[in-house]
Ligand binder design. Structure first.
Ligand SMILES: Nc1ncnc2c1ncn2[C@@H]1O[C@H](COP(=O)(O)OP(=O)(O)O)[C@@H](O)[C@H]1O
Ligand SMILES: [Mg+2]
Length: 280
């Protein structure tokens, strides 16, 4: 008898699944019925202009905010319905790198990175010190444990945020605008760190960004959210090659970074003002 071929179950590869997700603020749908899946090993980049709902989406994906409707399955469990203890258990499996670092200013760099280890694990203090050193080395900040965040540059603070997100060796990393506000050289450095943690260490990543150079450098899969007249919808999804080849004018304007196109002239004054305020 010939051996039964090993069945592969593609659904077992799914780390994150979003179903019919809606988020409205004051009756206005910022995210309007999103559906997508993130598979193990992917660097899934969510892109879109300011105000399209990237941060809102990430907050919902990590269970920090309950959506208006729809579901988010993280490792197979619907976190929109999970009780708090369950959510705490799921949180041990992912790390979050916040848009503005969200570092505690009164604590040192080392204490910031040690925090998730102290809060969520039974790790011995001497081991914590070692892990902190390892994570700082990973982001190129060896020897900076006793600095305060205010003594570091923006790029360094971003890297401390990444080190903290990786403190518990998560299977999944969420990163909100990891390169925003950085110069091109520091952007390349941070992108390389993302690549090191994904391609080399094998962490699955969901990264939100409006920096197209950075998106194309790190992504294995891309999803573009609309804003302005196309607020709430997914404009396109696919591999970087598919995104580059997609003829959607909204998408192409964004990919090429052109000022003239369907995005600018259809934005309402209100949305344009919000866009300017958020850029600052
Ligand atoms: N808590 C909130 N209450 C009301 N409106 C909000 C709230 N959070 C975000 N918004 C609005 O939702 C839209 C998307 O915001 P955000 O998720 O921060 O976008 P992005 O991260 O893509 O710039 C914006 O118009 C913003 O003003
Ligand atoms: Mg944002």
């Amino acid at each position: 008898m010939s051996p039964t071929p090993k069945k592969t179950n593609p659904s077992s590869d799914v780390v994150l699944e979003v179903k019919d997700l809606v988020q409205s603020y004051n009756g206005r749908a910022v995210l309007n019925g999103l559906n997508f899946k993130v598979r193990k090993g992917e660097t899934f980049v969510i892109m879109g202009g300011s105000g399209c709902g990237k941060t809102t989406l990430l907050r919902i994906l990590i269970g920090a905010q309950k959506p208006t409707s729809g579901s988010v399955f993280l490792f197979g469990e619907d976190i929109t319905k999970a009780p708090p203890q369950e959510l705490d258990r799921i949180r041990l499996r992912f790390g979050m790198n916040f848009q503005f670092g969200a570092l505690f200013q009164s604590m040192t760099v080392g204490e910031n990175i040690a925090l998730p280890l102290q809060e969520h694990s039974q790790v011995d203090p001497s081991l914590i010190e070692m892990i902190v050193k390892m994570k700082l080395e990973l982001v190129g900040l060896t020897g900076f444990e006793n600095f305060k965040p205010s003594e570091l540059s923006g790029g360094m603070r971003k890297r401390v945020g990444l080190a903290r997100a990786l403190a518990l060796d998560p299977e999944l990393l969420f990163s909100d605008e990891p390169t925003s506000g950085l110069d091109p050289v520091m952007t390349a450095v941070v992108d390389q760190l993302t690549l090191d943690s994904t391609r080399k260490i094998g962490v699955t990543a969901v990264v939100v960004s409006h920096d197209m150079t950075s998106c194309f450098r790190i992504a294995t899969h891309m999803l573009m959210l609309g804003n302005g007249p196309r607020q709430g919808e997914i404009i396109a999804e696919g591999t970087p090659e598919e995104i580059r080849a997609n003829p959607d004018p909204f998408l192409q304007q964004f990919v090429r970074g052109e000022a003239d196109g369907p995005i600018a002239f259809r934005l309402s004054q209100d949305d344009y003002l919000k866009h300017l305020l958020q850029e600052g």
